[in-house]
Design a protein around this ligand. Structure first.
Ligand SMILES: *[C@@H]1O[C@H](CO)[C@@H](O)[C@H](O)[C@H]1NC(C)=O
Ligand SMILES: *[C@@H]1O[C@H](CO)[C@@H](O)[C@H](O)[C@H]1NC(C)=O
Length: 225
């Protein structure tokens, strides 16, 4: 009886170990920029944000156009257990002058800038065990009383998520490093936008960060790592 149990357990252990190892060994991480038209999911998001972009000008006393701040979210989840969980109405960051309360107090916003990317993990057999396609997006050129080039609706939109059975894939957006890269008279907001992604395979876990740089003057989004 004991021998049978041992045999069962050992057999299972061997099968488990050998099924895990080829997947875990020789993993390679990939990142690349993807050309082509804006993904329909991103288009929909851009359209939904347009509705909200009616300017509501306010006269405020203590606005500092040189100090760039985020009055929306800083960190939020975009993928949980391999599924997109982006809350498209509330999940975005801003880079606006200190002192304003709503980004809609700015005006002259232009069309969003976008950058499409793909990250994936390949195993020894060149099989993609994880893949995330996503677009970094931001609306530039917002002005406060005719001054500056600020940002709103900054975020990362997942357009395709795939993870092999048994893997737990999580990802979040983290925005930070807000600066004025323009002059005192003509501020230009800039911000770093990270994709943090975690692949958890029970016995092993990876955390990776892809970093992007977004400017208020609408210059193309650049990759930082
Ligand atoms: C999005 O977030 C807001 C505010 O946290 C919440 O009220 C709303 O229910 C969320 N929507 C979804 C679809 O999760
Ligand atoms: C994801 O992006 C890659 C580019 O690296 C592309 O080849 C692939 O078709 C995309 N997947 C989907 C489902 O769009």
């Amino acid at each position: 009886m004991r021998a049978t149990i041992c045999l069962l357990v050992c057999t299972f252990a061997v099968i488990y170990a050998s099924s895990v190892r080829p997947v875990m060994e020789g993993l390679t991480f990939h990142h690349r920029q993807v050309d082509g038209p804006v993904h329909p999911i991103v288009k929909d998001w851009i359209d939904s944000r347009r509705v909200e972009s009616q300017s509501r000008l306010n006269q405020r006393q203590d606005v500092d156009i040189n100090q760039v701040i985020n009055i929306a979210k800083q960190v939020w989840n975009i993928i949980q257990k391999g599924e997109t969980v982006l809350n498209t109405t509330f999940d975005y960051a801003t880079a606006v002058p200190k002192g304003i309360k709503e980004w809609t107090e700015l005006e002259h916003w232009t069309e969003p800038v976008t950058g499409a990317y793909s990250v994936w993990v390949e195993n020894l057999f060149k099989h993609k065990i994880v893949e995330i396609n996503y677009t970094v997006v931001a609306t530039p050129n917002g002005q406060y009383q005719g001054k500056g080039q600020y940002l709103t609706n900054i975020g990362i939109i997942p357009t395709y998520v795939h993870s092999m059975w048994g893997l737990i894939l999580t990802a979040s957006t983290n925005t930070h490093g807000l600066v004025n890269v323009g002059s005192h008279e003509s501020p230009i907001a800039a911000i770093q936008v990270d994709l943090n992604w975690i692949v958890d395979w029970r016995i092993k876990k990876f955390t990776k960060t892809e970093a992007y740089y977004v400017r208020g003057d609408g210059k193309p989004i650049t990759t930082l790592n």
